[in-house]
Design a protein. Sequence first.
Length: 71
Amino acid sequence: MKITKEMGISDAVEAYPDSVKVFQAFGMGCFGCMAARFENIEQGAIAHGIDPDELVKAINDALEAVDLTKE
C-alpha cells in the first residue's frame, strides 16, 4: 500500500501525482488550500463527508493500475 490515511494530503499528492484524479473524483479538489498542507487524508476526507478507508483504497487501486501499465 502506497498511501495511508495518516499521510498528509500535500505529501501524498507530491509523492504520487496520479492520486490527484482520485481525490478529485471523491470531491476533494482543493490542493492549493491551506488545509491540504496540514491535514492528513483521514482528516480531509472526514471534513468532506468521505469514508477515509474507501478513499485510500481507491487511491491505492488507481496507483497500482498505473504501475501495471508501466511494465
